[in-house]
Structures are given as C-alpha cells and as structure tokens.
Design a binder for this molecule. Structure first.
Ligand SMILES: [Zn+2]
Length: 341
C-alpha cells in the first residue's frame, strides 16, 4: 500500500531478532501507520510461522525467514484472527480518549505490563497518536521505556517526531512513513473502490498523500460525498454577490454548524479560487478538472486581483480558526467579505 520501505525495515528487524523495545512510527494521518503496526503484531505471533523469530532451531528459522521475506502473517490462524478482531489479550491499543491520552490510561497499561504476556510470543502495545499524551502520561510511560517489560514491544505513532517529549523520543527506534504517492491513491480508488477515473484524479490531488483522507472524500466510512459537497459549496460561493445579507448569514451559520467538515470546506473554497486564477494562465494545471468549463467561464468574469484578495480572506479565516476565534463570527465576516468583492 505504498509503504514498502517501513514494512521492509520492520520485517528485517523481526527476521534478525533485533527488534528494539520501542518503535516510533511517524508520518501524516492516513498513511497506514496503525495498519502496519497491527500487521507487525500479527507477524510476531502468527501460529503459521511456527518458529517465529524467537526460535533457535536454524532450519525452522530459515523457513520463517522465507515467509517473512515473502510478505506476512497468514491472516487465518487463531492468533492472527484474534489480532484482526481486536480480541488478542496481548495486543494492546491505547488511543486518545477525547483530545488526550490520560495518565489513568498509561497507569492501567503499566499494571498490565507488570504481568507476563498471557499467550503471545511477543506482546505488542500500540500507542496511537502518542503526541496526545500529556506530561503526566508521558512521564508514566517513560518508566516503562526505561525498564522494558519482558517479551513486549511498544509501538508509538505520531505525526511528527518533534511532537513527542525528547526523553521519550530518545528511547524509540524511529521509522518514518512517507505520504502515499498520488499514483498509488488513484489506483486504489479506481481498482478497489470503483471510483470514476476523473474523480480519482481530483481526489488524489486533494488528499495530499493520505489514503484515509482520500477515502473520506469519497464518503468512506462516513456517508458524505466530497464531490457533492464541493459542488454545493462552489455554487454557493459563485452566487454570494447576488444574495441579500440574510441569506449570507444563513450560509455562514450552515457552515459553522458542520464543525468537523469546516477545515475541508475552506480548503475546497481555496482550491476553487486558486483554479480560477490558474485557469487564466495555465488552464491545464487546474485541480478541479471535472469542472473545467465552469471554471473557465467564471474565471473570465473575475480579475486576478479580486481572486487573490478572496484567497487571502479564506486564509485569514483559516488562521483565525486555528487560534480559536469565535467560529460563527469568523465565518460571517468571511462570507460577507467574499460577497463584497
Ligand atoms: Zn497467522
């Protein structure tokens, strides 16, 4: 899935029996860090790989090596199925509850780790979004990292290594995940999800290397179709200057209600305005290619200067939102300003 490099690194560590006690998998959201960690947990415990990495018998180890070198765990033995269904007692996932990973969660983990693994050859603890640990939780985890428990690997994920406390970072073997290539995302969207090739092109461009973002844009797993929403939004934006103030405020209110989608909405508006500018100079470089004739039409009616000033209005709204300004007010101001250009 576009992450052959980190997977190869992990399998090499596994094969050589040189797995560090703590690993940090870093990279943007939606590029397979968690999936890779779970596959790794399966590989560590797959019963079909009878010998596993701990085996000392050379011949059997050789068999295991071939298996690891090929790809992966069998996916169908009792152990693999338990990991897949989230029912393996020794494969532990810690995730933020709300915005943080709390000290209580790490204390509970320490309590479990003080005991021996129940059935795993190698217990795997995944601490997902580990940048969400507050300092108390981080300190508690540090004790575990300083005295690693028996037959246990800790796998932390984070967007960026610098998001972690340096004391934790220094105890982790770091594996970087790169964004997934646009071409791979196009292929997955077309071949696995049955997305129309034109839509796959636009979505892969907007997804910036994140497969989960691309999937959410086609409405997976939530039932919101990105293309439909973008089309609705663009039509609204195009007609702003014709609308009375009451309608503008209602539009702003509607945007502010959908808080989760809001960053996405503003990105859509920005990419559309960008296309209107780009279309004047190199029409072949627009992102929303399925809307080419609409964009050409609209672009002719707007000056570059007014489009650029609209883009900077959207950017300043994005900035205000990041600093927790009053959301509704920020959007009202943005919509009115866009309408006045
Ligand atoms: Zn298996």
């Amino acid at each position: 899935m576009g992450q052959q490099k980190p997977i190869k690194l992990l399998t090499t560590l596994l094969r050589n029996g040189t797995i560090p006690h703590a690993l940090l998998l870093s990279g943007i959201d939606g590029i397979g860090k968690q999936l890779t960690a779970m596959t790794f947990a399966m590989a560590c415990n797959c019963l079909d790989l009878e010998t596993g990495y701990l085996c000392e018998d050379e011949n059997s180890l050789h068999t295991a090596q071939n298996r690891y070198a090929g790809t992966n765990p069998c996916g169908s033995c009792k152990s693999c199925r338990k990991v897949q269904s989230g029912n393996h007692p020794d494969i532990i996932i810690v995730e933020p509850s709300g915005p943080y990973i709390k000290i209580g969660q790490i204390r509970a983990l320490c309590h479990t780790l003080a005991m021996k693994p129940l059935e795993a050859r190698l217990r795997v603890v995944l601490i997902s979004d580990s940048q969400a640990m507050n300092s108390a939780a981080g300190n508690a985890l540090l004790k575990v990292l300083e005295e690693p428990p028996d037959r246990t690997i800790l796998m932390l994920t984070a967007r960026h290594p610098s998001d972690l406390f340096p004391t934790i970072l220094s105890r982790c073997h770091h594996i970087r995940f790169n964004p997934i290539s646009r071409e791979s995302i196009v292929t997955i969207l077309i071949e696995k999800e049955g997305v129309h090739p034109d839509d796959a092109e636009i979505i892969s461009t907007m997804a910036n290397g994140s497969l989960s973002k691309a999937l959410s844009m086609i409405g997976l797993p939530k039932k919101t179709n990105w293309i439909h929403q973008r089309n609705w939004l663009i039509n609204e934006i195009d007609s702003l200057s014709l609308k009375p103030v009451g309608s503008l405020l209602a539009f702003a209110a509607r945007l502010s209600k959908n808080k989760a989608m809001l960053p996405e909405f503003l990105e859509m508006i920005q990419s559309y305005l960008r296309d209107l500018v780009v279309c004047k100079y190199c029409p072949e470089k627009i992102i929303n290619r399925d809307l080419q004739s609409k964009i050409q039409n609209r672009s002719q009616k707007m000056t570059t200067a007014s489009l650029l000033s609209q883009i900077s209005m959207v950017q300043s709204a994005q900035k205000d939102m990041r600093t927790n300004a009053n959301l509704r007010l920020t959007l009202e101001v943005l919509v009115m300003r866009l309408a006045a250009v």
